[in-house]
Write a protein that binds this ligand. Structure first.
Ligand code: SF4
Ligand code: SF4
Length: 444
């Protein structure tokens, strides 16, 4: 451990942190629900294909689907019981997607395929990647990119710096904070697995300095390890975004349209590190995760260990239900999270939190015309011109939006947050990115 430094990136905003509702609350295990809904698409890449059918009996940890190709991972049963149906159902990423519904038999029978391995560090990097894929692990910070793919950089892009991301800069969310306090050794063991797979020595554990107890805890664990340095970062949103983290810690700039591996870096979330350790050491597939449930619309905010597939409505009921003022349901934090139109959607691998806002924290204000104040430009951590990109998208001129680097937008929402005219900048740019990507695909 080499000490704490305080670094940051250009741009960004300072939304109210709102962490005090849950940061001191230990992770509580939520009893499994009566029914889980497990979508086949919970990662970036090809959806997996079901290998079970209606009426089948399954146990916790049983594989339910087969990945389709390299950039794909399977899903696993999070309760024991009977497959009730396989059907398109509301998905937190929008629309309806194919999901496997399991009726819980209340027995919590675990598959015998789960086998601990105390010699997991003797596995080769390829064997480790394979086990990570089989465990269905996808980035748990919310990006949901399959972890085995991220851990397979091409030879032409060697990685010399690994960053473990414990920044957790989104307001309200404290799940990673609690994980670092309560499972610091598991996270550190996961970090060692990443180091072995990538053959990387230099590793930073990045934590915003509003979590001094987590910084101390990770320092204690890393004590005496000269390859691992804990970095205390300035509290600023979006400090936890990959490109901003890399810039803050290494000074390296990921080029336009590029990836962290283009500058020799790889970022993994602390929750992913724990999931990887659980998979290799205990043979456990990813069928549960820690989430924060918070916001003024929730009666009893908590940090919870929940089974993947638990409907939001069950999680919210376990937290005492909605308050009278609740008016907006979000998966993730209020800055980058996705608004939900129903609480029937299930917790998926990328659900870091469920936040319910009220009329004060999420006021319904009509947007007015842009006044050209330039605040969105000064704030954008990617150095973009959000107002111009949004205007091109609104005019359906996706070619120009692309020329203004819309695809570099990391969807942090900082521009929307500062806009005095309440322009829906992020919403427009997100739509623009989708349209550009669709046009790119069509063009081959
Ligand atoms: S344009 Fe994108 S990256 Fe820039 S502030 Fe807005 S949402 Fe964030
Ligand atoms: S912050 Fe809003 S009002 Fe100001 S330039 Fe950007 S879009 Fe226009």
């Amino acid at each position: 451990m080499l000490g704490i430094r305080r670094r940051t990136f250009a741009g960004g905003v300072y939304p109210p942190e709102e962490k005090s509702h849950t940061e001191k609350k230990p992770i509580e295990e939520m009893p499994p629900p009566t029914t889980v809904v497990i979508p086949l698409q919970q990662h970036i890449g090809a959806p997996s294909e079901p290998i079970v059918k209606q009426g089948d009996q399954v146990r916790i940890g049983d594989r339910l689907s087969e990945p389709q190709g390299f950039v794909s991972v399977p899903v696993h049963a999070s309760v024991s019981g009977t497959v009730q149906k396989i059907a398109p159902l509301p998905h937190p990423l929008g629309d309806q997607m194919l999901a496997i519904v399991i009726e819980n038999d209340g027995q919590d029978t675990v598959t015998d395929a789960i086998k601990p391995d105390e010699n997991y560090l003797a596995l080769t990097p390829d064997e480790m990647r394979q086990k990570i894929k089989e465990a269905g692990i996808a980035g748990m910070g919310g990006a949901t990119f399959p972890t085995h793919v991220k851990l397979s950089p091409p030879e032409s892009k060697p990685i010399d710096i690994l960053i473990l991301n414990g920044a957790e800069c989104e307001p309200y969310l404290t799940a990673d904070h609690r994980l670092m306090l309560e499972y610091s050794q598991d996270i550190f063991n996961g970090l060692k697995i990443f180091q072995k797979i990538l053959n990387v020595k230099k590793t930073y554990i990045a934590i915003e300095k509003n979590k001094p107890d987590a910084i101390r805890k990770m320092e204690e664990i890393a004590q005496g390890d000269k390859e691992v340095e804990v970095i205390g970062l300035k509290v600023k949103y979006p400090q936890g975004a990959e490109k901003q983290l890399i810039k803050a810690i290494t000074g390296r700039e990921v080029p336009t349209g590029g990836l962290p591996m283009d500058v020799g870096c790889l970022v993994q979330n602390v929750g992913t590190a724990k999931a990887v350790f659980d998979a290799l050491r205990w043979g456990k597939p990813l069928y549960q995760r820690v989430i924060t449930v918070s916001g003024p619309g929730i009666q009893k905010p908590k940090n919870l260990l929940v089974r993947i597939g638990t409907p939001f409505k069950d999680v919210i009921a376990f937290c005492g239900g909605y308050t009278e003022t609740a008016n907006k349901l979000v998966m993730g934090g209020p800055m980058m999270g996705l608004s939900q139109y129903t609480d029937e959607v299930p917790v998926i691998k990328g659900t870091s939190g469920i936040v319910v806002l009220d009329g004060k924290t999420s006021p319904t204000v009509e947007p007015s015309p842009c006044i050209g104040c330039g605040r969105c430009i000064l704030t954008c951590p990617m150095g973009l011109v959000p107002t111009t990109i949004a205007q091109y998208v609104e005019a359906k001129n996706y070619e120009m939006a692309k020329k203004w680097n819309a695809l570099d937008c990391i969807e942090c929402g900082a521009c929307t947050f500062v806009c005095p005219a309440k322009r829906p900048l992020l919403q427009s740019i997100r739509l623009g990115k989708y349209k550009i990507q669709t046009l790119n695909k069509k063009a081959g």
